[in-house]
Every structure is written in structure tokens, then in C-alpha cells.
Design a protein around this ligand. Structure first.
Ligand code: ADP
Ligand code: MG
Length: 324
């Protein structure tokens, strides 16, 4: 069958049949708006991310399942960075009429797989034909009690700057895809990032973080966002950046450029009081996540980069900017 034969409402029906409703969803797909029952005492955290063909992904090298998973993952990552427990999401899609139903089904399967993994329910969206490329917009909702929401704005001088996982992999993976490589660790980090939901929620709920953000634009750009909103500066120790073996091998000529400015790793960058290191390390260990201290918050308003020898490091790039 083709998309044209299925039609808009046939497609919505196909999507709706894959949804398992949850008790918090009073009205899901089908009415003019969804109706949700919030957990008493919680704030709703809401975030939206758009993925555009040609800007965020290239259909010549992403398979539909990974694209589906990633579309949801990038939104879950934003909720994780707030310490929010993910609950529901809306899916708006503009599909070129020529897109195969097989692709659409694969994409939906990827979304539903990730939704199941993270316990989020699809509650609505919008479906249109696109005269240009494929466009995907997801809005995700999460919850957290007000005292435990992790903002970008709480970092204070003396705090340690920390990271989950490794950085630079996704950007190195994109370079590999452009060179024709289609698999491996770096490629998977680009096409199929895993949002650090459990870590973000656990760190926030344990009251361990003073500020948190997810690494979507690159460590340097995202740390700069924390500094701006917190009214502080930071010292970032390049020798402490957590790099995977695969990344080191692929980027041996300049190991710092992509680790600092390559985005899309979707790790968590967060600040903690300077005595909290061991506690945070132990917590992340229970989630099998690597923990690194990469620098310290200082007074001022600049992010100073310290090269491995101890001198200043000049970075050419900043974080990703769509209009930059
Ligand atoms: P309206 O014309 O009132 O906007 P639609 O026909 O667009 O309604 O949507 C009908 C129902 O299907 C709504 O509940 C809407 O949220 C849902 N829906 C539409 N597109 C999607 C989608 N891509 N994913 C999930 N739900 C969708
Ligand atoms: Mg609509």
C-alpha cells in the first residue's frame, strides 16, 4: 500500500492503534485536544524539538527506525536535563507524498520502541503532506516537583563541572557517515543517541546538581549557556574531557575540536558542590554511566580552556548555531 491510498486519517489511525494508553491520559489521540491528569504537586515540563531533512538528518544515511528513535530521544534528553520524569509526547509530521509506507512504518516503529523504553505515551499530534522534505516535530511533557527541577541557572563558583559518558562521538560519527562509513560505535552515537533519562532524574531527585544541561550543541557551547544563565565563568580542563577509544582513533590529529564543539552527544553536563564527586560517581555507576569532572565554576563570565600542558587553549569554534 502507498501513503496516498492510506490517506491522512488512515495514517493517524495506524499510529493510534500502536499506542498503549496510560492512567494519566484521560483523552488521547482522536479528539481535538488531549486531556492529561498531572501527578499532584508536580510541575509540567514541556519541550519541543524539530528535525528537518537536510538540516538535521540525511535520508541517504539514516535508517527509519533510528530516525524514529532519535526524534524522540532528543526531546527526552531535554526533559532529562531538567530532571523531569518523561510522561507524554505529541508527534507532528510533514511527509513528502513520495515517501514509502515502509519508511513511515519503520519510523513509527522506532518512535514506539523508544516510547516504550522510556514509558512515555503518544497523546496527539498533526499530520500533513510536505512539498519539501520530511519534517518531524515532537513536543514532550515531563513532571517533577518544583524543588527538584534542574535549571541551567544554579551554578556557583567552586562547583565542579561534570559530564556523563563521552563527548565528540556523534560529531565524529557524522564525519564517518559523510565518508561512506555506515556502521560502528561512532556512527551509532550519531544516528541513535540514548538520552540520559535515568541519570538526569536520579541526579535531580537526589538534590545533587546546581545546574544541568544536555550536550546538544557541544560541551563548550552548552557550558557557556550554563555560565551565562548562572552569572559565572568556568575553567575547562581539556585533558579531563572523556573521550572514547573510537573517537581518539578517528580524531587523533586534533582530539579537542569535536569534543568541545561537536554536538548531538546528548550526554548530561552538570555542576555539583565540590564535595559531591564520590556520591555522584557512585550514583552514575549504578546506571553503568561514566562520570568525569572536566572543570570548575569560577567567578567571572568567560569559559577558559586549559590545554593539557596547563596553558590556554584557543578554540576556533563555538557551539552550533543555526543562523551562525
Ligand atoms: P484537527 O483537524 O482537529 O487538528 P487532526 O485531524 O489533525 O485534528 O487530528 C485528529 C487526531 O489525531 C487528534 O487527536 C490529533 O492529536 C491526532 N493526530 C494527528 N496527527 C497525529 C500524529 N502524527 N501522531 C499522533 N496523533 C496525531
Ligand atoms: Mg490537526
Amino acid at each position: 500500500m502507498k501513503l496516498k491510498e492510506l490517506g491522512e486519517f488512515g495514517l493517524i489511525d495506524r499510529i493510534a492503534r500502536q499506542v498503549h494508553n496510560s492512567p494519566a491520559v484521560v483523552l488521547g489521540i482522536g479528539d481535538d485536544a488531549a486531556a492529561l491528569l498531572p501527578t499532584p504537586g508536580t510541575l509540567t515540563l514541556i519541550t519541543s524539538d524539530m528535525l528537518l531533512e537536510g538540516v538535521h538528518f540525511d535520508l541517504s544515511f539514516c535508517d527509519p527506525q533510528s530516525l524514529g528513535r532519535k526524534s524522540l530521544s532528543v526531546n527526552l534528553s531535554d526533559l532529562a536535563a531538567m530532571g523531569a520524569r518523561p510522561r507524554q509526547f505529541l508527534l507532528s509530521i510533514a511527509l513528502p507524498k513520495t515517501l514509502s509506507l515502509e519508511f513511515v512504518d519503520g519510523f513509527l516503529a522506532g518512535i514506539m520502541e523508544q516510547a516504550e523504553r522510556f514509558g512515555v505515551t503518544l497523546v496527539g499530534g498533526d499530520t500533513c503532506a510536505s512539498l519539501g522534505g520530511l519534517a518531524i516535530s515532537i513536543t514532550a511533557l515531563g513532571e517533577q516537583i518544583p524543588e527538584r527541577v534542574a535549571k541551567r541557572s544554579g551554578a556557583a563558583p567552586g562547583d565542579l563541572v561534570c559530564l556523563t559518558g563521552t563527548v565528540g562521538d556523534a560529531a565524529a560519527g557524522l564525519n564517518e557517515l559523510r565518508r561512506g562509513v555506515r556502521q560502528g560505535f561512532l556512527v551509532a552515537r550519531q544516528l541513535d543517541p540514548q538520552p540520559r533519562v535515568a541519570a538526569g532524574v536520579a541526579l535531580a531527585e537526589a538534590g545533587l546538581v546546581s545546574a544541568m544541561i544536555d550536550v546538544s550543541d557541544g560541551v563548550l557551547g552548552d557550558l557557556t549557556h550554563i555560565c551565562e544563565l548562572s552569572g559565572v565563568g568556568a575553567r575547562l580542563d581539556l585533558s579531563a574531557l572523556p573521550l572514547s577509544d573510537e573517537y581518539r582513533e578517528a580524531c587523533s590529529a586534533d582530539p579537542y575540536a569535536l569534543a568541545l564543539s561537536g554536538g548531538e552527544d546528548y550526554e548530561l553536563l552538570f555542576c555539583i558542590g565540590k564535595e559531591k564527586g564520590p556520591e555522584v560517581e557512585a550514583l552514575l555507576k549504578t546506571l553503568s554511566l561514566r562520570f568525569s569532572v572536566i572543570g570548575q565554576i569560577v567567578e567571572g563570565e568567560t569559559v577558559q580552556l586549559v590545554a593539557p600542558g596547563g596553558g590556554a587553549y584557543q578554540s576556533e569554534q563555538r557551539g552550533f548555531d543555526h543562523f551562525g
